[in-house]
Design a protein around this ligand. Structure first.
Ligand code: KG4
Ligand code: ZN
Length: 331
């Protein structure tokens, strides 16, 4: 059984025989956070407390499993909001202690990546482009469980940039999906900057793009000029995808890998999926199904199965690590 509570989804899943998800209960709090235009950490923690026990009960019920039949309890211990993480961890620890089960600590980003195991058996070494609300990174995985960052964002995460420009356009949080839809109805006419795209490294930067978007919107507003929302979205998304695609291709040239995994909330992006299908032809591309792209405990269970094999267990004094990160490799 796996527990995830790092941000605004409380989720519990049951995994059988390494790959088969028997249940994956997700209680989203997004409705509560919408009116604030983003996740309010204290509100998130309180919601987790309210539903975590119910989620555990539901996950076992749906899986048709008794606690006594479980082998281990996995839990996300970072990265994420500290208060939110602590709720899931307290629940997982209590459950593990009461049922005499080993506790498997899981990195949330490893979860996003390993959600790809649900699609097919992964061939190693592999490269992963992880794109979420808090992270944008290229990760080299030499073998199951061995993750190394080979490139990441210097400032904003790509999902964060989507949500911020969405806010400027008056869209509801989180705005990624709506921008993606609007982008498909517009044209790339505003010519936004593609920061660091030509530079010979695997670093990303999205804050300049975000500022360019905000400046264009404010200038137009002051002059009483109307901008076409669909074109704004198409232009923003074209810049984002150009950057993601060029850095991913660069990484594939530097690292000989058998598989490219693209995962995280932003991997739900239709534009990104289209460009990957068109432009990455020599490496097998694996993208988790939509239901496993956003935060969920199923992905945590899929990553935990690898740690379980290696007997990577934690004691009950395991602490939350809000800034937990994979090791970084200097180029
Ligand atoms: O991985 P995730 O569910 O949560 C974090 O761990 O951060 O990612 C959430 C992010 C949000 O910023 C959301 O706007 C973005 O994923 N997102 C998208 C799409 N669907 C979700 N961004 C672009 N296009 C989408 N279709
Ligand atoms: Zn996430």
């Amino acid at each position: 059984m796996a527990v995830e509570s790092s941000c605004d989804e409380t989720s519990v899943a049951v995994l059988k025989n390494d790959k088969e998800l028997l249940s994956n209960i997700i209680a989203s709090q997004v409705e509560s956070h919408k009116r604030f235009g983003g996740v309010v950490p204290e509100v998130a923690s309180r919601h987790h407390v309210e539903v975590i026990t119910l989620c555990i009960e539901d996950a076992l019920l749906e899986a048709g499993i008794e606690a006594s039949q479980l082998d281990a309890v996995a839990v996300t211990y970072g990265p994420g909001l500290v208060g939110a993480l602590l709720v899931g961890m307290a629940a997982a620890k209590a459950f593990a202690w009461a049922n005499q089960l080993p506790l498997v600590p899981v990195n949330h980003m490893a979860g996003h990546l390993m959600a790809a195991r649900q699609v097919q058996k992964l061939e190693y070494p592999l490269l992963a482009l992880l794109v979420s609300g808090g992270h944008t990174e290229l990760v080299y995985v030499s073998e199951p469980g061995n993750y190394k960052i080979v490139g990441e964002t210097r400032d904003d995460a790509v999902g964060e940039a989507y949500d911020k420009v969405g806010r400027v356009m008056g869209l509801t949080y989180p705005a990624g999906r709506e921008i993606d839809e609007l982008a498909h109805k517009g044209r790339d006419v505003y010519d936004f900057p593609r920061a660091m795209m030509k530079e010979d490294n695997l670093e990303f930067s999205f804050s300049g793009l975000k500022s360019a978007f905000i400046n264009l919107s404010h200038n137009a507003q002051q002059k009483g000029k109307k901008l076409v929302k669909e074109d704004l979205c198409a232009s923003f998304q074209a810049a984002v995808l150009d950057i993601l695609m060029s850095k991913t291709k660069k990484a594939l040239k530097s690292y000989a890998v058998k598989t490219l995994v693209v995962a995280g909330g932003v991997a739900a992006n239709r534009g990104l999926r289209e460009r990957l299908a068109e432009e990455i032809t020599e490496t097998t591309v694996v993208i988790p199904p939509l239901r496993l792209c956003g935060d969920n405990a199923g992905m945590i269970a899929l990553a935990a199965a690898i740690e379980y094999e290696k007997k990577h267990f934690a004691s009950l004094d395991l602490n939350a690590k809000p800034s937990l990160a994979f090791e970084t490799v200097e180029e």
